[in-house]
Ligand binder design. Structure first.
Ligand code: PD2
Ligand code: ZN
Length: 282
C-alpha cells in the first residue's frame, strides 16, 4: 500500500493498486478503509477510487476479446442480451460450445421462416479452391442469406447476438436460413476457411476468418436433425427458439469444432446461422 506522505496526489501507482484490489475481489469500502488507515484524506480517497474504477470499467468494456464469448458471469444460468434474458443450458470448455434457451421467441422464428421462404435455393458451400461457391452432396438443405440489417427483425436479432457474444454487429455475416426436409443433412465440417486452400486468401480479404458460429433453431423437427460435434460425442437437439454457439480462435482442427447437421428423419428442420468474422465484414 502507498502511504500518504506530504501531498495527496493520485499517482499511477495508486490507481494500479486500487485496480488490483478490486480485481482481487476487495470491496470499495475495504479499499477506502485501507487508504484512510494509511493516511489518505477520505474525500481524496473516494475521488481516487471512483475515478480509477470508472475509467477501468470503461477500458475493459472497450476491449474486444479475441473470439466472441457469451457475456455475463461464468456460472450464470441466464444472460441479458440487448432486449431479453437468454438461458444458458450447457457450457463446454473444449470445444467452446454453449447451448442457449429462449434465444428467439416463437414469433421471431416464424418471422424468419416467412421472410426467407420465397428466397430459398439449394444450399451451396464456399469453394475455398476458387473462392466461389458450389452445390455439394454433403449439404442437402435449401438456404438463403439475408443482408445484414435487412429488416427490423434481422436488426433486432443481430443486436441481440452482438450483445450476447460481445462482438460488433459489423463483424457478422448476414443471417443465413436453412431448411432441411427428411433425409437432408449437413455432413461434419469446420466453419472456418481452410488456410491451406488457394481461394481462402481472397475470402479473408472481406472480414478475415470466421471465429464463431451461432445456429438458431426456428422449429422443432419431429425426429432427427441434431447439430452434432463428433469429436466429443455431443448432440444438440433442435428445439424452437434455442441456439448453439461455438467459437474457434484459430482455423485448426485443434479447436475440436468439427460439427454437422444430422439427417432429419421426420418433419422439417429450419435453422438460422450467424457467422462471426474477425473484422468488419462489409
Ligand atoms: O443445421 C445445423 O444443425 C448445422 C450444422 C452444421 C448448421 C451448420 N453447420 C452451419 O450452418 O454451419
Ligand atoms: Zn457449420
Amino acid at each position: 500500500m502507498f502511504t500518504m506522505t506530504t501531498t495527496q496526489k493520485i499517482t499511477p501507482e495508486l490507481r494500479q493498486w486500487i485496480i488490483d484490489q478490486a480485481t482481487a475481489g476487495h470491496s470499495v469500502t475495504s479499499v477506502l478503509e485501507a487508504m484512510k488507515a494509511s493516511g489518505w484524506d477520505e474525500d481524496v480517497a473516494v475521488v481516487a477510487v471512483e475515478e480509477t474504477l470508472a475509467a477501468e470499467v470503461g477500458r475493459r468494456n472497450q476491449q474486444q476479446s479475441l473470439v466472441p464469448e457469451i457475456c455475463g458471469q461464468a456460472e450464470a444460468s441466464a444472460v441479458w442480451a440487448h432486449d431479453k434474458w437468454v438461458k444458458v443450458l450447457l457450457r463446454l470448455a473444449h470445444p467452446r460450445v454453449v447451448v442457449l434457451g429462449d434465444f428467439l421467441s416463437a414469433d421471431e422464428c416464424q418471422g424468419l421462416i416467412q421472410e426467407s421462404s420465397s428466397r430459398l435455393a439449394r444450399s451451396e458451400t464456399v469453394q475455398t479452391v476458387s473462392s466461389g461457391s458450389e452445390v455439394n452432396a454433403a449439404r442437402t438443405s435449401q438456404g438463403m442469406f439475408f443482408n445484414r440489417g435487412e429488416s427490423d427483425l434481422c436488426r433486432r436479432i443481430e443486436s441481440r447476438i452482438a450483445a450476447l457474444l460481445n462482438w460488433p454487429v459489423e463483424n457478422g455475416e448476414g443471417i443465413q436460413v436453412l431448411r432441411y426436409v427428411p433425409g437432408a443433412e449437413y455432413r461434419p465440417h469446420y466453419d472456418y476457411f481452410d488456410p491451406t486452400q488457394p481461394g481462402t486468401t481472397a475470402i479473408l480479404k472481406r472480414g478475415g476468418q470466421r471465429v464463431g458460429t451461432l445456429v438458431m433453431y426456428l422449429n422443432t423437427p419431429e425426429q432427427g436433425g441434431a447439430t452434432t460435434f463428433p469429436d466429443v460425442g455431443l448432440e444438440v437437439h433442435a428445439v424452437q427458439g434455442n441456439a448453439v454457439f461455438f467459437a474457434y480462435g484459430a482455423p485448426s482442427p485443434d479447436t475440436m469444432t468439427l460439427h454437422g447437421g444430422a439427417p432429419v428423419v421426420q418433419g422439417e428442420k429450419w435453422v438460422a446461422t450467424k457467422w462471426l468474422r474477425e473484422r468488419w465484414f462489409e
